[in-house]
Every structure is written in C-alpha cells, then in structure tokens.
Unconditional design. Sequence first.
Length: 51
Amino acid sequence: MKFADIADELGFSSENYFSRFFKKNTGQTPSDARQKLKCRLQNGESNHFSG
C-alpha cells in the first residue's frame, strides 16, 4: 500500500504531513519503519514497530 493511501485512510491532509507526524511520534520515517518490518518478517520476528 502506498503511503499516500495510508495517509488518506487515516485522515491526514497529505502524505507529507503523515510522514512528519509518523517520524515525530516513532522516531523513524514510514519508509524506515516499512523496511525494518520487512526484515523482521523475513527473519520470522515480531511485526511490531518498536525500535
């Protein structure tokens, strides 16, 4: 799913605003979080977003 679609589904006015909000609240960009999640799933680890 594209980040623009995620932002829209969550009610954000723009993808940029969603990305800034996400980084402020998680300490990582949506792209970084997605990449980390992919790696975790490939390694059979948990799919939560912490550190």
